[in-house]
Design a binder for this molecule. Structure first.
Ligand SMILES: C[S@@+](CC[C@H](N)C(=O)[O-])C[C@H]1O[C@@H](n2cnc3c(N)ncnc32)[C@H](O)[C@@H]1O
Length: 202
């Protein structure tokens, strides 16, 4: 455990959770704040990418609503759960078995929007600059990042604590903030611990 805290998780550590069906982070449904954003017409159909998508409740929800969705995860367990759900529901979405930070150049400026949920807190804090760099690279100019950032208030991780200042410090150079506020409609287990951000790539 001490090593995990120091170094974060490797791909094998994530896959082990899928092997053991130990998905404590999984809400079992699309995160409700994204439903609100959709109902408020802030999330408009287009190309949408979900990094570290897990079994992909967001991928499914937005594929059902006419978005061209791409889910990315480097754990084979996540990819096969999502592919099975898409098949069962007869839905189309692209599922990429990739390291998000190594997406090929064909993804550059390809996406209108990105959904962040429990991926930024899953990676080691040392990878945060690479996260911002990758997101900036793959979003179109003016592209939107809709994010739920998890303030665990605890040391170590994953999940690694993310404060409002962390979000501002990492994203301000490349993004303008349309919103950054405490989320008032989080799921019960994350109540008062999520920052809802809507950011626009400069
Ligand atoms: C805490 S889980 C969250 C899953 C999903 N977002 C959810 O909320 O249910 C983090 C996910 O990110 C994936 N992941 C971690 N690092 C990754 C990377 N560098 N590239 C792609 N996926 C990654 C893991 O395999 C895992 O499925």
């Amino acid at each position: 455990m001490a090593d995990e805290i120091r170094n974060g998780y490797e791909q094998d550590d994530w896959q082990k959770h899928y092997d053991e069906n130990d998905l404590a982070w999984d809400l079992g449904e699309v995160a409700q704040p994204f439903v609100r954003l959709w109902e408020d017409n802030l999330l408009m159909p287009g190309t949408l990418i979900v990094p570290g998508c897990g079994q992909g409740h967001e991928v499914i929800y937005f594929a059902e609503r006419g978005f061209q969705v791409t889910g990315v995860d480097f754990s084979p367990g996540a990819v096969s759960l999502l592919q099975d759900s898409l098949k069962r529901k007869n839905l189309n979405a692209q599922v990429l078995h990739r390291n998000f930070f190594e997406l090929e150049a064909k993804h550059d400026r390809a996406y209108d929007a990105l959904l962040e949920q429990t991926f930024f807190c899953a990676i080691h804090p040392d990878q945060r600059p690479a996260y911002v760099e990758t997101v900036s690279r793959i979003l179109k100019p003016g592209g939107l990042l809709f994010g739920l950032f998890y303030e665990t208030g605890e040391a170590g991780g994953p999940p690694f604590n993310t404060t409002e200042a962390d979000v501002r410090n990492h994203f301000s150079e490349a993004f303008d903030f349309d919103r950054l506020e405490k989320c008032t409609f989080s799921s019960e287990q994350r109540k008062d611990k999520e920052w809802l951000a809507v950011m626009r790539k400069k």
